[in-house]
Design a protein around this ligand. Structure first.
Ligand SMILES: [Fe+2]
Length: 251
């Protein structure tokens, strides 16, 4: 029904994508934790040679797993699990409302880091794919209007991601994002550590992980080569197009 309402037949299989997007932030996939990692729909070697199987395996089963464990253990150990699960079954809503929660500052900071790490990586791993270059026409037009073209937008993503400063403060680890801002306008932003655009009530569409664990084992210090490989060869533009229209129309 939603597909019909949207009127975008080119977005088929929309329902599968919708399920994927919804699974990104809650417990629909029946994992052992309430707030859980998404399950991958591809093999860890599928992004070769752009992202090695070793990097993908370490990143997903190592780093991403730690955020999943970290968040759920913090909530459990502080008797917050049931309260937050009931109040915010969607992890995005937990992040949107984190600043107003009446809990100790240090605990809030721990949740901010682990919850951000979990959902940031969920989007990152969901929108990886090789050879999925289809982009929906209206999304392409919005990109062209804002950035001058699709290739130009990709270049700007890479250039922004190469710069490790945010508001003149230098960070070792950060993310670069294509988001829809509060006015539903496309924008490239960066966040430090595991801070997430959802904290600012933005809707992320592309998540570029610029932590060293995402590339150093394969690319050494050649961050540009990693970012170029990722942005130009490993993003699922059909998925991102779906996300754009979903966020534009519904959230
Ligand atoms: Fe990462």
């Amino acid at each position: 029904m939603l597909l019909k309402a949207w009127g975008f037949k080119s977005l088929v299989p929309y329902q599968k994508k919708q399920q994927m997007i919804d699974n990104m932030s809650n417990n629909q996939n029946q994992e052992e934790y309430f707030y859980s990692r998404i399950q991958l729909s591809y093999n860890l070697n599928e992004l070769e040679p752009y992202i090695s199987q070793e990097i993908m395996s370490n990143h997903y089963h190592g780093n991403h797993r730690k955020y999943e464990e970290g968040l759920n253990n913090i909530l459990k150990n502080n008797d917050l699990g049931e309260k937050l699960k009931t109040q915010f079954p969607d992890l995005r809503d937990l992040l949107r409302n984190l600043s107003s929660l009446e809990i100790p500052f240090q605990l809030k900071e721990k949740i901010r880091f682990q919850a951000g790490g979990l959902i940031n990586h969920n989007l990152f791993f969901w929108h990886l794919a090789k050879g999925k270059e289809y982009i929906q026409q209206e999304f392409l037009e919005a990109i062209t209007k804002k950035f001058g073209g699709w290739e130009e937008m990709k270049e700007q993503l890479v250039e922004q991601a190469l710069d490790n400063s945010i508001n003149d403060v230098v960070y070792g680890s950060y993310w670069t994002w294509l988001v829809l801002d509060e006015k539903k306008q496309l924008k490239i932003i960066k966040t430090a550590n595991q801070d997430s655009p959802w904290m600012n009530k933005f809707q992320p569409l592309i998540a570029i992980d610029v932590w060293e664990h995402a590339y150093v084992k394969q690319y050494g210090i050649d961050k540009r080569k990693y970012l170029t490989s990722l942005v130009h060869h490993c993003l699922d533009w059909n998925f991102i197009s779906n996300l754009y229209f979903r966020e534009l129309l519904f959230d």
